[in-house]
Write a protein that binds this ligand. Structure first.
Ligand SMILES: Nc1ncnc2c1ncn2[C@@H]1O[C@H](COP(=O)(O)OP(=O)(O)OP(=O)(O)O)[C@@H](O)[C@H]1O
Length: 242
């Protein structure tokens, strides 16, 4: 289930966000995608998941061309994602959020359907796994930021993705929860899920990644294991602007 992009380009007016990005994320790994602000990481996620369309280039998943597929088709192919600014329904309970995550169309009817089909147990299972089962009946807006991020991830996992894209999972999260997120990613990876993680917290990236790809100005400038990336001159240059 390799996720690959070939020569992907995306410009917003005069701003070139992706400038011929060719990159390959192999299955079974915890991959990280790092790079300075504005280097195109979120745009890459948006192109991969069909939220925006690349101007040119090709994206494949498990050998299948997904470049022009709709988001739901890409999700069905096995690619799930979270968002930098966490997407949950604030006035819905945690449990309903997880149930709704796999039924984006027609929320109310979809929820009834989910309950009929007995998916509640599975949703509760994910809440338990992520350590927020005690919040099942609490509205998302009354949960902490970190808990909401875990809730969003529970919703993504409800779709049983083979590959999970996480956009800044550590952003705004307290240190205790940060450890939990790191441990969870490693556990879920040990069970066979592939991850691609966009993250600015280098301690977390270095601790949990098998493979790191570094973007600068819309394309990869280096890749390798944490031990190599930590000391790569081009990476230090891109971050420090030297
Ligand atoms: N919808 C948009 N309209 C206009 N410009 C955009 C849009 N989305 C992204 N950009 C621009 O494209 C470039 C890449 O942005 P992107 O968000 O992909 O970078 P990033 O590496 O994810 O940054 P950060 O680490 O700050 O989240 C930036 O210059 C950004 O301002």
């Amino acid at each position: 289930m390799t996720l690959e992009s070939r020569d992907v380009r995306k410009a917003f007016g005069g701003v070139v966000a992706l400038d011929g990005a060719t990159v390959s994320f192999r299955p079974g790994r915890v991959n990280a995608l790092i790079g300075p602000n504005g280097s195109g990481k979120t745009t890459f996620f948006n192109c991969v998941t069909g939220m925006i369309r690349a101007d040119s280039g090709r994206i494949t998943y498990a050998g299948q061309d997904i470049t022009r597929k709709a988001p739901h088709a890409i999700a069905r192919a096995g690619v799930g994602r979270t968002f930098q600014l966490c997407r949950v329904f604030p006035r819905m309970s945690a449990l309903d959020n997880v149930l709704a995550a796999v039924r984006p169309a027609g929320l109310a009817g979809g929820l009834r359907g989910a309950r009929r089909r007995g998916e509640v147990d599975r949703a509760r299972g994910w809440l338990t796994r992520l350590g927020i089962e005690h919040l099942a009946d609490v509205e998302a807006r009354n949960m902490s930021w970190g808990q909401q991020k875990l809730l969003e991830l529970a919703g993504v996992l409800m779709g049983e993705p083979d590959t999970v894209l996480l956009d800044e999972p550590a952003g705004g999260v307290n240190p205790a929860l940060l450890d939990r997120i790191g441990t969870l990613v490693r556990e879920l990876n040990a069970e066979g899920r592939t991850f691609v993680i966009v993250e600015h917290n280098m301690d977390l990236v270095m601790a949990i990644s098998d493979h790191i790809v570094v973007f600068d100005r819309g394309r990869p400038i280096a890749e390798g294991p944490p031990s190599l990336i930590r000391t790569d001159e081009r990476v230090l240059g891109a971050y420090l602007g030297v």
